[in-house]
Design a protein around this ligand. Structure first.
Ligand code: S3P
Length: 428
């Protein structure tokens, strides 16, 4: 377990950086590349541990994947190109790998076993196992398929109409992968729209998918064709520097080539509503959307965050909590029970660790309440193995009056291996 002592002395942050590729899109590009016929070339792929776990699983499933300095090249042979793995598939810390892979493996005619790390072993997988079983999948695991290790005996699948009980892009995507190999049509109704990278990628790989209100419809048996993918910068990684720029004095930070898919830009809306000096310049690109986001030190006010906005910023809530400690007045985050089943219980980890640094923050049943503006002191905190908690605490260290020691800092490599290099480049 690695720790770091950050004695940053409240620096100004200035400069331009390009954050690494989007984690969700990187995972999906390898998955679709593996299932498509022909070559898929992926540029600006996130070489974080989570996405490397996805590559490792597909190699074990017989897919040839080349890694060069700038590109990932996937030599897909179609759905039937996947072969029975001789080894256990290890998703590491990645919920996206575990859940989406279940949707793919459910319909393949072979046996496979899927495991992950300690954190994955505690996260609910029945949210995909239940609907996949309704489609005909045979998946066994601890507590009736709720937890890993999971054993999948591939079986023919049939389309269903499923109403998602929770807003989850991972569950939706697992069902879309299952639907693509099922007999007939699969309809998935979301309670609230979630990130739509899977839908966009089905189209990019030559398939068809429709949206009818809150329902997504996909037909089985569609051929997918290899293509070229450029992965935009991850707005969830950019969020740490957007908040850092807003809460440190005399700062101006520019982030280039950031993904601006509207299902992911809740953080920009929150910054704007809090009064931050933030400017977004979208590029004229089709598909996912990308642009430059610039932020300056800002005077902030507390707001209420909940409802349909939550899935559009779910991964940004730890850093939004820190942002709220520097806003005047009260910030309420609600409708975010899902935080309890992320890499850690993020209601607990955010509240406990920020409290140790002097924040006025309390947990609620479905979120948290933060009172600002509060100066942060130093102290010893932990990521608890959660990459986003680790990065949030490193940004907290930039405004703390004393050194901050962060335990378990290696977790950051899950989504942003170059995080500290980029932070250093901005420090004046
Ligand atoms: C993701 C969806 C979200 C998000 C996760 C990545 C994805 O999870 O928190 O980091 O790539 O589809 P849920 O679907 O569980 O909300």
């Amino acid at each position: 377990m690695k720790q770091i002592e950050l004695n940053l002395k409240q620096p100004a942050l200035k400069g331009t950086i390009e954050v690494p590729g989007d984690k969700s899109i990187s995972h999906r590009s390898v998955m679709f590349g593996a299932l498509a016929a022909g070559k898929t070339t992926i540029r600006h792929f996130l070489k974080g541990e989570d996405c490397l776990s996805t590559i490792d699983c597909f190699r074990k499933l017989g897919v040839e994947i080349e890694e060069t300095q700038d590109e990932i090249i996937v030599h897909g042979k179609g759905w039937d190109g996947l072969v029975e793995p001789q080894e256990i598939l290890d998703a590491g810390n990645s919920g996206t790998t575990t859940r989406l892979l279940l949707g793919i493996l459910a319909g393949r005619p072979f046996h496979s076993v899927l495991v992950g790390d300690e954190s994955i072993a505690k996260r609910p997988m029945d949210r995909v196992v239940i609907p996949l079983s309704q489609m005909g999948a045979r998946i066994a695991g601890r507590e009736n398929g709720r937890f890993t290790p999971l054993a999948v005996q591939g079986a023919p699948l049939a389309g269903i109409h499923y109403e998602l009980p929770v807003a989850s892009a991972q569950v939706k995507s697992a069902l879309l992968f299952a639907g693509l190999q099922a007999e007939g049509e699969t309809r998935i109704t979301e309670p609230v729209p979630t990130r739509d990278h899977t839908e966009k990628m089905i189209q990019q790989f030559g398939g068809e998918v429709k949206r009818e209100g809150r329902t997504i419809v996909v037909a089985g048996g569609q051929p997918l064709k290899g293509t070229e993918v450029y992965v935009p910068g991850d707005i969830s990684s950019a969020a740490f520097f957007l908040v850092a720029g807003a809460i440190t004095a005399d700062s101006e930070v520019e982030l280039v080539n950031v993904g601006l898919n509207p299902t992911r830009t809740g953080i920009i809306e929150v910054l704007t509503a809090m009064g931050a000096d933030v400017i977004v310049k979208p590029h004229e690109t089709a598909g996912e959307g990308m642009g430059t986001v610039r932020i300056r030190s800002s005077k902030l006010r507390g707001i209420e965050i909940g409802g349909d906005l939550i899935p559009r910023l779910i991964d940004e809530i730890p850093i939004i909590a820190l942002l709220a400690t520097q806003a005047d007045g009260k910030t309420v985050i609600k409708d975010a029970e899902e935080l309890k089943v992320k890499e850690t219980n993020r209601i607990d980890t955010v509240v406990n660790e920020l409290k140790k640094l002097g924040a006025k923050i309390e947990a609620t049943e479905d979120g948290m309440i933060i009172h600002g503006k509060t100066p942060l002191t130093g102290g010893r905190v932990s990521s608890y193995g959660d990459h986003r908690i680790g990065m949030m605490l490193a940004v907290a260290a930039a405004i703390a009056s004393e050194p901050v020691i962060i335990d378990n800092i290696e977790a950051i490599a899950v989504s942003y291996p170059e995080f500290f290099c980029d932070l250093e480049r901005l420090i004046q």
